[in-house]
Design a binder for this molecule. Structure first.
Ligand code: ZN
Length: 308
């Protein structure tokens, strides 16, 4: 068995305005850091409308598709822009997440890292938000349930920002347990501990500004990992944002690369216990280019070690 790396060059054609933190160079740095690693490299296919429609209404797809500019940029909301290449990039991000699920369920890979952009965990039902157009990970979860017939999928989001979009898209989905750790309070303002989903299927683990390795690991061991373990998922999906790193400019947690490796090992161990080792990780945030690259490399090294 092996670890798949799923990406596509068209994800580099999603260009944001100068100075925007969610920039092309992020993915370039991640891919450079993963070059030379023992990975099964797969091109992300284009996601189909049928995939997206599992969580977004047609009018949202039409809005995104109809907004793509011929040149320059269009601003979708306060933080999210589309360039001429953004629609294809967003569809590759959806398709990459879906393909990763197909691969681990078919046994073509033990686990997978989906290195695409734009990210997805802030996109709500009919609303782009926070650099995100479509809810890639929520779409992948629904695909695992509705297409492959799984009955329990865990989604773990350790991005420093609350996965408000994933929470919105999966709020009423009892077959998913969504667990998000995040700095709180922080943009987007959601993710309080009393937001628990329509079926007690959501767990939010807010972390105080300044939380470092010890506090993060304690919260993971006390809340996040037991919530996943108790659900006995048949597949684990990860919203892998690396912006809880101490060097990240958008937030104030103080993690280091080894913390991402540690949590990855812990999640892979739970996948081995419950899910035949099946785990799919999708890139979300991470805005210091060097910290992002080093953290993603450690994350993928842990996936490779678990898949070997
Ligand atoms: Zn983030």
């Amino acid at each position: 068995m092996t670890t798949a790396l799923i990406t596509h060059d068209e994800c580099l054609s999603h260009v944001t305005p100068p100075g925007h933190p969610e920039q092309v160079a992020r993915l370039e740095h991640v891919l450079a850091a993963l070059s030379g690693k023992d990975l099964l490299r797969v091109e992300a296919p284009m996601g189909a409308d049928a995939n997206i429609l599992r969580v977004h209404p047609q009018r949202h797809i039409d809005h995104v598709r109809g907004s793509a500019p011929i040149e320059g940029w269009v601003q979708m909301d306060g933080d999210t822009y589309m360039s001429p290449g953004s629609l294809k990039a967003a569809l590759r991000a959806v398709g990459g997440a879906v393909r990763a699920v197909d691969m681990v369920i078919a046994g073509e890979a033990q686990n997978a890292f989906v290195a695409t952009r734009p990210p997805g965990h802030h996109a709500e039902t009919a609303k782009t938000m926070g650099f995100c157009l479509f809810g890639n990970v929520a779409i992948a979860a629904k695909h695992a349930l509705d297409h492959h017939g799984l009955t329990r999928v865990a989604v773990v989001d350790f991005d420093v920002h609350h996965g408000n979009g994933t929470q919105d898209l999966l709020w009423d989905e009892p077959r998913v347990r969504f667990v998000s750790s995040h700095q709180f309070p922080l943009w987007p303002g959601t993710g309080a501990a009393d937001e628990t989903g329509a079926h007690n299927n959501v767990l939010n683990v807010p972390l105080d500004m300044g939380t470092g390795s010890q506090g993060f690991r304690r919260a993971m061991e006390a809340q996040v990992l037991p919530a996943v373990d108790g659900f006995a998922p048949e597949l684990i999906l990860v919203s892998a944002g690396f912006d809880a790193h101490r060097d990240d400019p958008l937030a104030q947690l103080n993690l280091v690369e080894e913390d991402f490796a540690w949590v990855t090992r812990e999640l892979c161990a739970l996948a081995r216990t419950h899910a035949q080792g099946r785990l799919v990780s999708c890139l979300e945030g991470g805005y210091d280019l060097q910290a992002l690259a080093r953290s993603a490399a450690e994350h993928v090294d842990a996936l490779i070690a678990a898949g070997a």
